[in-house]
Design a protein around this ligand. Structure first.
Ligand SMILES: *Cc1c(COP(=O)(O)O)cnc(C)c1O
Length: 432
């Protein structure tokens, strides 16, 4: 399949080039020429299809011939080799737990798929690739873990010193080998500026083949469809399709769900649950799309003032606002209500949400109150321990650390401290 740029000024490319480029030369996001259609019988029989086969069937039309089938099947299998359970929380609300991967966040799925695809393409062209990312916390860990030991790929991660949680920092800094963690004496914006400057520096791009692993890459976006299908496979009432509430920041996750739905997956309605960063909820209310500066909240992975993937959502709905509004609603939940929800669900249902999941839970609960015949699920996008500094004071007790990360937390941090500035980063990259 070919992918075109949403800015319509660059030429269409296949999956391989879309993955390697990340963004089209005209700075547009890539979008598939066709939306794959899954047969009704396939959907009707989904309970009898293995997760690996589901994922393979969903992604194959997009990858086309860029990866041979056996290799694609292995990539898919490794991407999803952990549980993605749908857990009942109340009579009408379930949680789709996306946090059982290696870095305890849903970003593992996109990062694992992308890293393996890129590794495959690099092997092909015997060219070494350097992946450069700035992270405010979650992305860096998933990318580091996904690319760890992938041959032919070096990863350089910039993170703001003392501004990520200690769990997140360990996930970035303890791997070593092809993963380099740069601890920047500045904030997240400084890190992003340095990365941008590196991409514009011709001396650097002559020496290194630089690419980014940010969330607009098609190889991170498209595999996020997988777990919407796994959710439906586990959904008990196949004759009453679910309402799905997605904690949203850059809108990549919900955009993948909408693509799955456009491919034939039964979903009655989607809720884009936002924190105080309410550009999209305001758009739904007023039809005016006004980009803002991000404000800091307790669900900080959703602190986005200009959600990149929203243009893809508009494209799925062919720019028709009324059709969009029929399928999707969007609400903004304050930090105070998020805290209250997290505590109530913990006390009454004995279920511990992370702050992002709590935003989606509340949005779903409100929706179901107005639509009492429906049932729904919210996506639990991270394990609460990743945000223990927020969660523990709310519930007033410690969050148990999952066995899978205990060892990593004991490892020694290995980072290179650097100051803010394009030259600092360049000096590091030139000696790689
Ligand atoms: C990144 C992230 C989100 C937001 O996902 P988008 O695809 O950017 O909308 C939500 N929750 C957690 C825990 C995240 O890390």
């Amino acid at each position: 399949m070919q992918f075109y740029s949403l800015n319509k000024k660059s030429k269409s490319v296949n999956f391989k080039d879309a993955t390697i480029n990340g963004q089209a030369p005209d700075k547009g996001l890539y979008f598939p020429e066709n939306i794959a259609q899954l047969k009704k019988e396939w959907i009707g029989n989904i309970e009898n299809i293995s997760n690996e086969e589901i994922a393979f069937d969903v992604i194959k039309p997009y990858v086309g011939n860029a990866i041979n089938e056996n290799d694609l099947f292995s990539i898919v299998k490794e991407t999803i080799n952990f549980d993605i359970p749908l857990v009942k929380v109340t009579n009408n609300i379930s949680a789709l737990e996306l946090y059982h991967g290696p870095t305890l966040a849903f970003k593992d799925i996109g990062a694992r798929f992308m890293s393996r695809c890129l590794g495959y393409f690099v092997k092909d062209g015997n060219k070494k690739v350097t992946v450069l990312v700035a992270t405010s916390g979650d992305t860096g860990g998933a990318v580091a873990n996904g690319f760890y030991n992938v041959e032919g790929v070096d990863v350089v991660i910039l993170y703001p010193s003392r501004k990520v949680s200690s769990v997140q920092e360990k996930q970035l800094t303890t791997l070593g080998k092809n993963i380099h963690a740069l601890e920047v004496a500045g904030n997240f914006d400084d890190c992003q500026q340095m990365v941008k400057a590196a991409f514009m520096d011709e001396n650097l791009t002559k020496k290194l083949f630089l690419t980014s692993a940010n969330s607009i890459n098609v190889a991170r976006w498209l595999p996020q469809q997988f777990y919407y299908f796994f959710a439906y496979k586990q959904w008990q009432e196949k004759n009453n399709a679910p309402i799905i509430s997605v904690p949203s920041g850059n809108f990549g996750n919900i955009c993948a769900g909408l693509l799955a739905n456009a491919s034939g997956l039964p979903v009655k309605h989607f809720i884009a649950a936002c924190n105080a960063n309410d550009v999209v909820p305001q758009y739904f209310a007023t039809q005016n799309y006004n980009v803002k500066n991000a404000v800091a909240t307790i669900s900080n992975a959703m602190d986005v003032g200009n959600p990149s993937n929203f243009v893809r959502i508009m494209e799925i709905f062919q720019q028709q606002f009324l059709q969009l509004k029929n399928k999707v609603s969007s609400v903004s939940i304050s930090d105070a209500i998020t805290r209250e929800t997290l505590l109530t669900v913990f006390n009454e249902q004995k279920y511990l949400c992370d702050p992002h999941g709590a935003v989606a839970y509340k949005a779903l609960q409100d929706y179901l109150q107005n639509n009492p015949n429906e049932k729904g699920m919210f996506l639990e996008t991270a394990h609460p321990v990743k945000f223990y500094d927020v969660v523990e004071p709310i519930i007033n007790e410690p969050v148990a650390i999952p066995e899978s990360i205990k060892e990593q937390l004991l490892l020694e941090k290995k980072s290179t401290k650097i100051n803010v500035g394009a030259d600092e980063l360049k000096a590091f990259l030139m000696q790689l």
